[in-house]
Unconditional design. Structure first.
Length: 210
C-alpha cells in the first residue's frame, strides 16, 4: 500500500512548504502540490525540490498552475478558469510514499462552493497539521483540528514551526487531544543540508508511517 500523507496548515506563510520539504526528504517520498497559486517567484514544488534534493521524477506535476498569488478560487477566476475539485486525485507512486501539500489553511476555497477541507474529506488520507508557535496559534490550531475531525479526517499529529513555546504547544496538544510530532525551528541558513539535519533531529520517521 502506498503511503500518502497530506500536509496542511493553520494559516498561510507559516513554513508549511519548508516542513513538507523536510518530510519528503525524511520519508524518501515524492511530492505533489495539487494547486499552485503564484508563479512569479519560486513555486512550492521548486522550493521542495531544492530543499529535499529531489530528482525531477519525484516532483509530480500540479493539476493547476495559477499566476496570481491568491486563494485558489480567486487566482483561478483571474485566470478565466474554474478549478474542478474532482480533477484533484491523489497520485500513487510504486515504491515511494507521496507527500501532498495543500494551500494555506484547511478552509481555503477552491471554487465558489468547495473548500480544501471538502477535498481532504473525499481523499480520506492521514493529515499532518502544521502550526506556528507564536501568539494566536492556540485558537487557529484548535479550530483547524475541530474542522478536520468534523469531516472524519484522520489527523496523524501536529507539527509546530518556529521558536519553542512550551505552554502554547502543550495547551494545543492537551485541549486538542492531538499527538505532537515535533517542532521545526527557524533554520538559518536554510539549505538542503541544514534542513535535513534539523528535521532528522526533531522528527521520527516512524511517527509518519502506518
Amino acid at each position: 500500500m502506498t503511503l500518502r500523507i497530506v500536509v496542511t496548515g493553520t494559516d498561510t506563510g507559516i513554513g508549511k512548504t519548508v516542513f513538507a520539504a523536510g518530510l519528503t526528504a525524511l520519508l524518501g517520498a515524492c511530492y505533489w502540490k495539487p494547486v499552485q497559486a503564484g508563479l512569479a517567484e519560486e513555486t512550492d514544488s521548486c522550493c521542495v525540490q531544492r530543499l529535499a534534493e529531489l530528482a525531477d521524477d519525484r516532483v509530480l506535476p500540479e493539476a493547476y498552475r495559477l499566476a496570481e498569488p491568491a486563494s485558489p478560487h480567486r487566482a483561478a477566476r483571474l485566470a478565466g478558469i474554474s478549478i474542478d475539485p474532482l480533477r484533484l486525485r491523489p497520485p500513487r507512486v510504486v515504491g515511494r510514499p507521496v507527500v501532498i501539500e495543500g494551500v494555506g489553511g484547511v478552509m481555503v476555497p477552491l471554487d465558489s462552493g468547495t473548500l480544501y477541507l471538502d477535498v481532504f474529506a473525499r481523499w480520506q488520507l492521514p493529515v499532518v497539521l502544521c502550526a506556528r508557535t507564536s501568539l494566536g496559534t492556540i485558537n487557529h490550531s484548535l479550530l483547524s483540528l475541530a474542522a478536520l475531525r468534523s469531516r472524519g479526517i484522520d489527523v496523524l499529529g501536529i507539527a509546530f514551526i518556529g521558536d519553542g513555546h512550551d505552554d502554547n504547544e502543550d495547551t494545543i496538544c492537551r485541549l486538542g487531544e492531538v499527538r505532537r510530532l515535533g517542532r521545526l525551528p527557524w533554520v538559518t541558513p536554510l539549505t538542503a543540508r541544514s534542513l535535513q539535519h534539523v528535521f532528522a533531529t526533531q522528527f521520527q520517521r516512524t511517527d509518519f508511517e502506518p
